[in-house]
Ligand binder design. Sequence first.
Ligand code: UGA
Length: 597
Amino acid sequence: MDTVYSSNSSTTPSSLLFLPLPLIANLKVVIIGAGYVGAPSAAIIAIKCPSVSVTVFDIDRSRIDAWNSDSLPIYEPGLDDLIRQCKKQGNLRFSNNESVVALADLIIVCVQTPTKRFGVGAGHASDLKNIELAARMISRVCASTGGRPRHRIVVEKSTVPVKTAQTLKIVLNPSTAPGNRRPSLSGLSTSSSPSSSSSTSITAVNTFSVISSPEFLAEGTAVADLEKPSRVLIGGDDTIAGRESVRTLAALYAEWVPLEKIITTNLWSSELSKLVANAFLAQRISSINSVSALCEASGADVNEVARAVGTDIRVGPHFLKSSVGFGGSCFKKDILNLVYLFRSYNLHEPALYWESVVKINEWQETRFSHSIVSRLFNTITGKKLAMLGFAFKADTGDCRESAAAAVANSLLQERARLHVFDPKADAAHMFEELETSHQISQSTTPGLNDLFVVETDVYACCLNAHAVIVTTEWPMFKKLDWARIYAGCIKPAFVFDGRNILDHSNLSQIGFSVHAIGKNLAVEAAMHAHAAAVSAVAERASPQGSPLKKGSVGVGGGGGGGGGKDSDDADFKSLNEAVARVLDTTTVELPLPPPSI
Ligand code: UGA
């Protein structure tokens, strides 16, 4: 355990962590929810803390069976290896039997909290049904399994609205609800138990501390994020039990995370920080995506703008990649939840501000789909379009809230025939996302199986297509044989790069008409042609080598400013006339595009 503290206050561990932390040997951890967060988190705790036993419980039997098999239910780089190592080490198991929950000292709740689809707050608020069910199950199972009543720590890891822990506390400790008598704490087994001085009851009951520790891992990099987290956030009550519960969880993480990366806060700050963190990340993407439209209109290049802006250390380079839109099960859900919270507290202006982040995202998806239709001569009815990528990002098979599905929806409304290839997302998840987020199913869209065809071969996907549309940034798409794809396409053949990952210059040379987010490739090509023409003129003017300094000449006379006797007005005038002639007569090769950020 790291006990050497830095004197720099920004890297000093929270004051709660200064005293020696509780011992965690033989701790029993149960994680509820075997999804994208629960299972990888369990695996990392198990591998890093060999003396701790970790059990993952899920009510879905088939999901548990899949985790127990050799074919895991999710794709996450490095996870299958990690799970194999844990199973070999012997301290990680997956179970569908809820009685395992009663054995736990520490219960980590990782259930889904999707956006409510009906009732009060529908479309914005989080559906907390799974959270409450988990709490009721914990309470019931711990009470019914017998044994001496004791104290347990429940960790809220699911992303939840601020104050959810209050509900959990009441469900888990019903006698603490307003109007009820306080519980007896006589069954507590550790010194971390809350003080019983205010207790008047002598009946022994199980008690629970509730703390919050939201997860910040991203899909596709989950294992690396868990192994070296940017921070671990733990929020708890400022009571003896609250503080000791925070310290117990901190002790677990401290087995592999430096103490200065463990931040402790009060419960509500911890819950809220998760929503705000996701909102800030999504807001950066919507900001750069809004700028991408201006880039396309003006001839600026969104990658260049992002690099210029992100190089400022105060802004930073991350999450400034313009795209067809952010997706995933978290960003939209969490921002809408935040918006709902603002409104619940009558804070309408900030609610509008954050809501616009989601609106810009939807606008970007629609803008991209509309540009496809308009460039394909305003009709795509019956045309085969190849869509490359359906997962919401690379390195995952997860299609939830994927921008690709939103684009597919728009194109299907126009009666296009979509052929879709994704290296990891499977057809079942694609159809599920089309139905869940866009109400596209066999019943709403007769003939869907002919209009939306999932391909397993990328070249077959593109064969006879009018356009190839890149919607997920899978690195393999950069390495495709684009000349082969072009040869098989209907002409004129189009590429729409919704992720800015392809070599646009190369594609243009092959013969594609190329369109990319945040770039006006026609303006770019004209500018390159112009630059090439300028140097051709300079070469002609001086057969022994150009006397003009590179980049010192601008058509129109005002630019550049290379200075010196070579750049006087007469030279510019004759140069401009010559450039105009060269632009008329010279075929120029496009140079390579600028490096991407
Ligand atoms: C996000 C956060 O990054 C995690 O910190 C958080 O823990 C997680 O949500 C969660 O709440 O569970 P995730 O949704 O898995 O993680 O993936 P991200 O890498 O954040 O990407 C989200 C979307 O934004 C993807 O569609 C991605 O392609 C897009 N994106 C990302 C961009 O369009 N541009 C960028 O510059 C970055």
